[in-house]
Design a protein around this ligand. Structure first.
Ligand SMILES: CC(C)CCNC(=O)Cn1cc(-c2ccc3c(-c4nc5ccccc5[nH]4)n[nH]c3c2)cn1
Length: 263
């Protein structure tokens, strides 16, 4: 494959090390998201090994709720990633578009189930995603979730400290205190995600990083009145300070609140 095989369309977004464009494969008219990474940028950021690891991880992951890296190629200046196109874009924007900027119980349970399904598959392949949040989820034309941006995925177990950039709201206590962690960081994040779907903002949101840290380590959640007992039960079983107490992805998928509302 090379660039001449595609017609380039509108920009879809800016990643850390490049841009993403809508593109169409010339013979089949298949729509894709074409991500360009500048080699110089990767060298400067000393992340070329990480990107090759991500490419390695992504080419081996194949799941209906994980955004597929279809293929990749490069020229002298850039690496091109041919990614699945998700026709309804970022789930984050869909959340903000909702009345009261939150999803109803049906959408919250449906999306939580689909992310749990994707994470169960990742964990079975010994991959921790570590960066589950609305900004990393995309929606297909049919309204199903695609987990994207394996920018921080590593093979479990790992104690790699990732430089804290962006929101701390999703960090579990063990990552905040820099201990080694395991796949259960994703279980914590799924609990935060489910809460944000239902409430419109994450449970430990605060004015200062320091305050967010304190709330995370205490793991005490305020429950707005619209949260039903079933949702509270599921979220409480995921947002546990002791990582081994967090329920499994299989248990999430079978949880009575998920089963009741996901379809
Ligand atoms: C393999 C490694 C080196 C990179 C792994 N990470 C990614 O490639 C993560 N990533 C996915 C994207 C991405 C961004 C946007 C889209 C879209 C998309 N569809 C849209 C519809 C409307 C508005 C915006 C849209 N963006 N579809 N597929 C995408 C894929 C960008 N970076």
């Amino acid at each position: 494959w090379n660039l001449d095989d595609f017609e380039i369309g509108a920009p879809l977004g800016r990643g850390k090390f490049g841009r993403v464009y809508l593109a169409r494969e010339k013979t089949t008219h298949y729509m894709v998201a074409l991500k360009t990474l500048y080699k110089v940028e990767l060298m400067k950021g000393r992340v070329e090994k990480q990107v090759m690891r991500e490419i390695e991880i992504q080419t081996h992951l194949r799941h209906p709720h994980i955004l597929q890296l279809l293929t990749y190629f490069h020229d002298h200046k850039r690496i091109y990633l041919v990614l699945e196109f998700a026709a309804r874009g970022e789930l984050y924007k869909e959340l903000k578009r909702q009345p009261n900027e939150r999803f109803n119980e049906h959408l919250s349970a449906k999306y939580t189930y689909q992310v749990a399904d994707a994470l169960e598959y990742c964990h079975r392949n010994n991959v921790i995603h570590r960066d589950i949040k609305p900004e990393n989820l995309l929606l297909t034309y049919e309204g199903n979730v695609k987990l994207a941006d394996f920018g921080w995925s590593v093979h479990a177990p790992s104690s790699k400290r990732n430089t804290l950039c962006g929101t701390l709201d999703y960090l579990p206590p063990e990552m905040v205190s820099g201990e080694t962690y395991d796949i259960f960081v994703d279980h914590w994040c799924l609990g935060i995600l489910c809460y944000e779907f239902l409430v419109g903002k994450p449970p430990f949101l605060s004015d200062s990083q320091q305050e967010t840290y304190v709330k995370i380590k205490a793991a005490n959640i305020q429950w707005p009145e619209q949260i039903t007992p079933g949702a509270k039960d599921l979220i409480s079983r995921l947002i546990k300070r002791k990582s081994w107490e967090r329920i499994s992805m299989a248990a999430v998928k079978k949880h009575f609140w998920i089963v009741k509302y996901k379809d």
